[in-house]
Design a protein around this ligand. Structure first.
Ligand code: NAD
Ligand code: DAU
Length: 323
């Protein structure tokens, strides 16, 4: 089988490629434009694997991807995206280009070459914010709050439209907040770990009461793999770990696991349009595909902290590039 993975040099994509190469004998072709978040160091250990190939390409490039498609691609798994909410608030334009136009380009190619299935990696952010109760199901309305979430919701609608209009086999997955190895240090958990390790302030937005449902990235990869291989075409699957924490709880946990003082916490101005809470009901993927989480949250946090402790060169290089 040949699997075209887009955005495979990023956080979740690189974990997904590792998962595939560890568990199957399929051919993986990774296309990634290597934006600030794309990092080939994430895949150094597999670069000579005969089942793995990398091509530096933008998902908006029709011609070059067309050439790759001629080789007979079975699945396209679209991780490629601009993924950071704060950047989308600063400048939404590249989010529209990559997340919407890039997805549409891939959909056209998937249709032209008759792939077995197109898997769109979406997010729970497409549903918008929740109050203290309830969870979003796959049928909840899309109500995105920020330009990133709006671009992902737009892509979801395009993917659904290709299923309805052209019968393109598709799945959409909507996962909650991931953490784990290779996460670019702009997202809450890696940023706070790295700042704490350097005794720098942890910029907590507002009062830190916002809630996210945290999932270890390997549990997400296993879910995407199940959806790709066994998911019924046309279906959307929510993926969450039922592991809701406020941001201040996450911050305190990181500080206590690293034996650092809470004086490092700095409350800063809140994010514009900051969603209060995300939570999804994952019973569909559990019942239909038999998915369940393997990793306990605290153990996974310890593993993640140890990974960043053991990979100082990985994040120091990124910090130097940011300067
Ligand atoms: N991080 C999360 O918690 C989370 C949760 C749910 C869903 N998602 C979704 O999962 C996917 C991956 O997220 P991530 O956190 O790994 O993101 P990331 O920012 O770490 O990686 C994104 C990757 O896409 C690449 N890319 C960006 N624009 C591209 C383009 N035009 N052409 C080709 N490659 C391009 C980047 O170079 C990078 O390697 C995204 O679609 C995101 O919306 C993320
Ligand atoms: C970066 C940063 C974040 N925060 C807060 C904002 C959020 O409430 C929470 C998590 O922020 P982030 O790590 O940016 O993640 P969030 O905005 O939830 O979005 C993530 O999770 C989404 C899934 O829910 C994905 O679709 C996105 O790609 C991913 O970036 O922490 C802070 O308080 N301080 C910070 O410096």
């Amino acid at each position: 089988m040949k699997i075209l993975v887009t955005g495979g040099a990023g956080f979740i994509g690189s974990n997904f490629i590792h998962y595939q190469l560890e568990n199957y004998d399929d051919q993986i072709i990774n296309i990634d434009k290597l934006s600030y978040a794309g990092n080939l160091d994430n895949l150094k250990d597999v670069e000579t694997n005969p089942n793995y190939e990398f091509r530096e390409l933008d998902i908006c490039n029709r011609e070059k991807i067309d050439q790759i498609m001629h080789r007979g691609i079975d699945y396209i798994v679209n991780f490629a995206a601009e993924s950071h909410v704060d950047r989308s608030i600063e400048d939404p334009s590249v989010f529209v280009k990559t997340n919407i136009a890039g997805t549409q380009n891939l959909l056209d190619l998937a249709l032209k070459f008759g792939v077995k299935k197109f898997i769109q990696i979406s997010t729970d952010e497409v549903y918008g914010s929740l109050g203290k109760n309830d969870k979003f199901s796959e049928d909840s309305i899309l109500n995105p709050s920020n330009p990133y979430a709006a671009s992902k919701a737009s892509a979801d609608l395009l993917v659904k439209s290709y299923f309805k209009t052209y019968n393109l086999p598709i799945n959409i997955t909507r996962c909650s907040n991931n953490f784990g190895p290779y996460q670019y240090p702009e997202k809450l958990i890696p940023l706070f770990i790295i700042n704490a390790l350097q005794d720098e302030k942890l910029p907590l937005y507002g009062d830190g009461s916002n809630i996210r449902d945290w999932i270890y990235v390997k549990d997400h990869c296993k879910a995407v793999d199940l959806v790709m291989r066994k998911g019924e075409s046309g279906e959307i699957y929510n993926i969450g770990a039922d592991n809701e924490k406020t941001n201040i709880e996450i911050t305190r946990l990181i500080l206590s696991l690293l034996s650092k003082t809470e004086l490092l916490i700095k409350h800063v101005k809140d994010r514009k349009g900051h969603d209060y809470r995300y939570a999804v009901d994952s019973s569909k993927i559990k019942e239909k595909l038999g998915w369940e989480t393997e990793f306990d949250f605290e153990n996974a946090m310890r593993k993640t902290l140890n990974w960043y402790l053991d990979h100082k060169k990985w994040w120091q290089k990124i910090i130097n590039e940011q300067k």
